[in-house]
Design a protein around this ligand. Sequence first.
Ligand code: ADP
Ligand code: MG
Ligand code: MG
Length: 319
Amino acid sequence: MTPDDRVYAYSAVLMGSPILLKLFEHNESLASGVFRLIKHQENTFTVNRPHSDIMAINHAAGRDPVTVSPPVFELIRRAKAISCLPDSSFNFTIGPLVKRWKIGFSGHSIPAAQDLQTLLALTNPEDVILDEQTRSVFLQQAGMEIDLGAIAKGYIADVVRDYLREQQVENALINLGGNVQTLGAGADGAWAIGLKKPFSEPDTLIGVINVIGKSVVTSGIYERYFELEGHCYHHILDPKTGYPLDNELLSVTIISEDSIDGDIWTTLLYGMGVEKSLAYLKQIPHIEAIFVTRDGQIVLSSQRQFTFTPLDDSYRVTI
Ligand code: ADP
Ligand code: MG
Ligand code: MG
């Protein structure tokens, strides 16, 4: 029996992405338990369907506070805190802009500058009023919309990891499409997670990241975008301008204990660019990053929690 024969892979399409679960036993009921859990979480957090806790908050914008469950309140509290950091490029009230651009969906278009100004006025995270006592969330202005797209998958990947742990699973991998969370070391002494080549076939890799019991989150501008007149409009928006963030980065990968941190930090660092991010990360040893730049560099912040094997000679690796 080769090591890989011990791995059982289960897949589903949820949250608009192919989901992959790897286990070290043939266990259909555990796999369906995991997929049920993800579906439940998706139904709570989505803004792409009419009914969810988040849509209830959005529908009541400018009108009523909405009481939510403790985990939803906690996630929103966290999203608000990060959004309100000085100069944060993460903003969970970006919803009206995301809806207007429709990047990655049919009907996408470049908004008029005037429209962007109007919508930007509806994206102040300080206008989200949280009441700990009633566990309620109130969007102060009509037209405001929460969008947890930059944090929910990370949160859900951690929920799945915790569930697997509760089920006494010691070795597993969950891939939610961009968000990978792992337990244990896989079949070969470490789990191997591919780093995709930007703007190429999904199977083309520029490197492999090896981790034991860590999360690997990648956010790339090549995942969801549209092109017009030679310009690439991708799905991570600059909360200051309302346009897609524009710098030297093609992707940011975060290696961390919790996937929610990976999800948050990919967006934060994407806004900072390489130089500033590297300086910033020196103070945060548990968050490590891999940047892929437009000029063909792969830059690693440090390598305490992972190893990296480059696979493409046309990229220069720097640490
Ligand atoms: P993905 O895993 O799909 O790459 P990210 O974690 O990078 O997603 O988050 C991108 C999604 O977050 C967008 O599709 C949008 O819904 C939302 N979003 C876009 N720009 C921002 C931003 N500046 N801050 C917070 N959320 C954002
Ligand atoms: Mg994210
Ligand atoms: Mg993500």
